[in-house]
Write a protein that binds this ligand. Structure first.
Ligand code: C5P
Length: 414
């Protein structure tokens, strides 16, 4: 699951960028949208704000816009894993080739050093003009991926090359760019190959369990499943055979990944134990209830006639400890631990030793605004052995890449 910044520029094909956004979302990616002033002549900020659930970037000076200031001029560059310009007009391509930053799209592109894709769409003669040809060559030379426009009848009646590529092809190109980016690895780490998990069976637990009190009430936690989803998407990108044991996660499901719903700790326990014989790497990212009501009351507990309700909670089995103790040679096991502050990091180190896992990913829940429910996280990857790697605040997709960069060599050894 990656964070895609979709820059929509002003051409008639702008309406197709709505399809592109929906497809990316269905595939599990987060999408934030930038609109140039000319794009707003074809599509409205309201459409994208409603469909993306995020503020739409419209200008370098949002405080001058009516309404709330929701972003600053570098926010989009900071949050992006990939920037897609779709459709890209001849004018935008020329601006990009010259590094012009007079608008929010140009500024975002100059401030961003990750993968950039452009999906040109324009009249065939504009596309064939030596200026546009030279601009595209310049951009390709800088590593920008150009998604070739298709041939056909254009909105202005001309026939030829210049139609925006099919939205599915555009989204495939974005995912390929993310895969090859993750294959380049993080700074200072060995570059893994794009399919370095091919043939490896990965089981990932995600979300938070809900433990029934009665037929309608439960004891739950704040886990959204986003971190587990990101770990699963990255494993799939790297070619793994991925099964997700999903605890109450409402995020979109990604084609090519197998999902098993495991709402309670008991369901997750049974499914994890059942999955272990055919699993090479287990990543326990789910927030499993440590305690659950001792016995589910039949029906709905009646509140009349009592001012208080006493719940007796019993401890749940520690799934991670149990499956780690029973693992076969070569199986790699990764746990997660949400702990508070610096003392929490120490507890996480001790937890890794106690639970016997190869790698434990610590996230500091004392930090506000990231972690539970957020698209971003800050983690410390503890293990294998004495190795430890801190990932400062980053998208959950980036955290997932860094985790796999550590785990892949262990999985391939097994
Ligand atoms: O001990 P703590 O709950 O902090 O450990 C967190 C790790 O243990 C996570 O990987 C979580 O998925 C796993 N866990 C488990 N069974 C439980 C509680 C936690 O497998 N009952």
């Amino acid at each position: 699951m990656a964070e895609v910044v979709l820059a929509v520029t002003g051409g008639i094909a702008a309406y197709k960028s709505i399809d592109v956004m929906r497809i990316l979302q269905k595939r599990g990616h987060g999408v934030s949208v930038l609109l140039t002033p000319n794009a707003e002549r074809f599509v409205t900020p309201g459409t994208f704000a409603a469909l993306s659930g995020r503020p739409v970037g419209r200008s370098l000076f949002p405080h001058e816009e009516a309404g709330v200031v929701d972003y600053d001029h570098l926010d989009f560059a900071r949050r992006a894993d990939v920037v897609l310009v779709c459709p890209a007009t001849a004018n935008t391509l020329a601006e990009m080739a010259h590094g012009l930053a007079g608008g929010l799209v140009g500024t975002t592109l100059l401030a961003f050093d990750g993968p950039v894709l452009v999906a040109p769409a324009m009249n065939p003669r504009m596309l064939a003009h030596p200026a546009t040809v030279a601009n595209l060559r310049t951009l390709r030379g800088r590593g920008v991926t150009v998604i070739p426009p298709a041939d056909g009848l254009l909105a202005d009646g001309d026939v030829g090359a210049g139609r925006l590529a099919d939205p599915v092809d555009v989204c495939d190109a974005v995912e390929r760019a993310l895969t090859s980016e993750s294959a380049e690895g993080a700074e200072g780490t060995a570059a893994p190959s794009a399919h370095d998990l091919a043939g490896i069976r990965v089981v990932i637990t995600a979300g938070g369990t809900q433990e029934p009190i009665d037929a309608v009430r439960f004891v739950g936690n704040r886990s959204s499943g986003k971190m587990g989803w990101a770990v699963a998407a990255e494993a799939r990108h790297r070619g793994a055979d991925v099964t997700v044991l999903a605890c109450n996660v409402t995020l979109p499901r990604v084609p090519g990944i197998t999902y098993v719903d495991t709402p309670t700790a008991a369901d997750l326990h049974a499914a994890t134990v059942a999955a272990m014989p055919s699993c090479d790497v287990l990543v326990m990212a789910a927030a499993v209830a440590d305690f659950r009501p001792a016995g589910e009351a039949p029906g709905k507990i009646d509140k009349s006639g009592s001012d208080a309700l006493e719940l007796r909670l019993e401890k749940t089995p520690d799934i991670l400890t149990e499956v780690t103790a029973g693992r076969r040679d070569g199986q790699v096991i990764v746990g997660f631990a949400a702990e508070h502050g610096q003392a929490g990091l120490e507890r996480a180190r001790a937890k890794r030793r106690r639970k016997g896992v190869d790698v434990l990913v610590h996230n500091d829940i004392a930090r506000t605004g990231i972690g539970f429910g957020s698209d971003r996280n800050a983690i410390t990857i503890i293990g294998p052995g004495d190795a430890e790697e801190a990932v400062a605040e980053a998208s959950k997709a980036e955290c997932a890449r860094r985790i796999w960069n550590v785990v892949v060599p262990l999985a391939r050894r097994g």
